[in-house]
Write a protein that binds this ligand. Structure first.
Ligand SMILES: Nc1ncnc2c1ncn2[C@@H]1O[C@H](COP(=O)(O)OP(=O)(O)OP(=O)(O)O)[C@@H](O)[C@H]1O
Ligand SMILES: [Mg+2]
Length: 212
């Protein structure tokens, strides 16, 4: 069976693309062979994996250069169960559109404030453009940096409902474990009991995406 191909994308910077890409890749790798393609010239995912190359639990990370995006994703999909793609935080290069032509699912991490969400309207437009050519493409917002104590504000819930892309029911809570994992070059799965709550967040997202 062909691999499930999932991209993490948002033209807005710092919303959690790489954090989600790395931790989803680690969780999916436990289920079946997974590769993480780093389409961001900043190379954060690759750097993350190199930090933990001795002890880490991450699947292989490969650079995805502009130009051969489609062929590289198709190639990776042949030999894997899951292919994750971490995208750059801008729409200028053609990479984001090329990636969205070649995947099954695009997850768009957003921070839990209406202002941050509105900063991603260009991303929603880019998704709709991609869906005109790649009709089966499924796209979901994923709320990141959720506050453990407070539910989403009414304003945020309304903004999500009006945004034009559906949101996953599950998101990532703001947790020190996500930062620790990056510092240690692994995923939250490698943190043992320190990472248990973060792993539960990631697992809920994986289950929701696999059943979507
Ligand atoms: N759920 C979370 N809890 C705590 N820290 C988080 C969480 N998600 C992301 N972070 C931190 O927020 C910062 C930005 O996250 P990340 O690098 O994943 O975003 P990005 O969208 O990939 O950024 P860029 O657009 O620059 O590629 C990082 O320092 C990361 O460790
Ligand atoms: Mg990133």
């Amino acid at each position: 069976m062909a691999a499930l191909r999932i991209a993490l994308a948002n033209q807005k910077g710092g919303t959690g693309k790489t954090t989600l890409a790395v931790n989803l890749a680690a969780g999916l790798h436990r289920r079946g062979a997974t590769v993480l393609l780093d389409a961001d010239p900043q190379g954060s995912a690759g750097h993350w994996a190199r930090v933990g190359s001795e002890s880490g639990d991450l699947p292989p990370v490969r650079r995805l250069g502009e130009g051969a995006v489609d062929a590289a994703i198709r190639d990776a999909a042949r030999a894997q169960r899951h292919v994750l793609v971490d995208c750059p935080p801008h729409l200028q290069s053609g990479v984001l559109q090329q990636v969205m032509q070649a995947v099954d699912v695009v997850l768009v991490p957003v921070q839990p404030s209406p202002l941050d969400l509105w900063a991603s309207v260009d991303m929603a437009e880019a998704v709709r453009t991609a869906q005109r050519r790649n009709r089966p493409l499924r796209a979901y917002l994923v709320v990141n940096q959720l506050d453990r104590r407070n539910a989403l504000s009414g304003a945020m819930q309304q903004a999500l409902a009006e945004f034009g892309l559906p949101a996953l029911a599950n998101g990532l809570t703001r947790r020190a474990a996500f930062r620790s994992a990056a510092l240690e070059g692994g995923s939250v799965y490698a943190l043992g009991s320190r990472g248990a709550a973060a792993v539960a967040d990631v697992e809920a997202i994986i289950k929701e995406v696999l059943s979507s």
